[in-house]
Design a protein around this ligand. Sequence first.
Ligand code: NAD
Length: 506
Amino acid sequence: MTASTALTSFASLVDATRQHESDLLASVPTGLLIGGQWRDSSDGGTFDVHDPATGEVLATLASATSEDAVTALDAADAAQPFWAATAPRVRSEILRRAFELVTERADEFALLMTLEMGKPLAEARGEVTYGAEFLRWFAEEAVRDYGRYLTTPEGKNKILVQQKPVGPCLLITPWNFPLAMATRKVAPAVAAGCTMVLKPAKLTPLTAQYFAQTMLDAGLPAGVLNVVASSSASGISGPLMRDSRLRKVSFTGSTPVGKRLLADAAGNVLRTSMELGGNAPFIVFEDADVDKAVEGAMAAKMRNMGEACTAANRFLVHEAVAAEFTRKFAAAMGSLSVGRGTAPTTQVGPLIDAGARADVHALVTAAVDAGATALTGGTPADGPGYFYPPTVLANVPKGAAILRQEIFGPVAPVTTFSTEEEAIRQANSTEYGLAAYLYGRDFNRLLRVAEQIEFGMVGFNAGVISNAAAPFGGVKQSGLGREGGSEGIAEYTTTQYIGIADPYAQ
Ligand code: NAD
């Protein structure tokens, strides 16, 4: 092959890839989903969705108004009685079919997530598997919503306890896991018999739009799931949360917005599930297998470019292994290849936007100014896209802001400790309490430490702990409630107790 024919075939490959991307984008519904129909917003308003690797506009979506949000709640409210009365087996089979369809469409979902969110394709495929699993898990849970029947302690009367759907729900999702954060809420709501209005994040709504169409294709009846993407989040949540027909809000996002929504929820005493921010400690004890700890650290830090609520945010390493761990960790971080997520060689994609990159860099700069050393990374790249290099900071001063705040980027601050008590104290010195990671061979110690640290989820020698079958959630300012596991469906049911007078006395 000559140089010019090689160039021509490369150019046609690029054209074919671009064509495939634009065909996929053209197949994503751009409207609001209300009562089973995709429609324009009532004022004709729209907003653009961008590719964070290039800054280019990928699509333009209808932007729901407050009026549209209320129309979506009208549809959810109208569908609620029949949906609650639909047989659990029917709800289960729709979820099972949705699992199969999402799995069949895995390449399309993965590419959409990579385009709108930036994560590398291999990671996006991992999210499709994880996100689809909530559909399968809750298909199985839908038919196992048990009540109980028992005799009162005095021995005469009877107690009957049953679970009922909460009613119409508002589901608000963040931009970082566009599919999994939607399925983690929609699947248990469908299983429990709730109808819903979903408001995806405006930065990454395309996956949710494609998922909503997939739910319709799986046979979900009109009005059960309504989707109102919007450029004004509070313009959607405000009127809905003031409407007494809404019975629950389930939110995944930042702690400050979660607090605001909790205050709003007080007005109508709404049920709430809050999956908020994190500040995960990653603790390496002196008996840890250091190579395994480095491998786990890479997963716990770099999943989603560090843009995960479960991301390891503080590395607390015993002083006996700190030098070896930090050297190997910095080498592994420094060897990662950064680029557009669609390229097969990319391991680290861009951050979500310019503001996110500026926030990450400000934390790094402040830490370095206070005495930390950047062993790798620390300087953002020029050019289009919001790339930030994988960064390891050593000698981070104990009070640094980077240890207190959620970094949400590929930056790993390392500090040391000398005793188990000190590690526990450092781990707990945060207002967050979502995930924590412990590395060591002494299992009794890991159990002892897990009992003393205030976190909703703890990994033992594991850098990734999210699983549809496990109860995901935090304590302290990381939130309220659990998603996934058998706890996940309970968030969408309410308990009704029926007291029955002594049947023998009738
Ligand atoms: P965010 O709080 O800015 O936004 C989350 C969602 O809330 C989006 O849909 C957004 O449009 C909406 N929103 C924003 N302001 C609102 C308002 N005033 N009223 C109603 N809705 C509003 O968070 P983000 O930047 O999209 O996501 C990152 C955050 O989410 C991080 O803090 C991360 O830790 C957290 N998160 C938590 C979990 C978890 O399960 N605990 C999972 C993923 C992300």
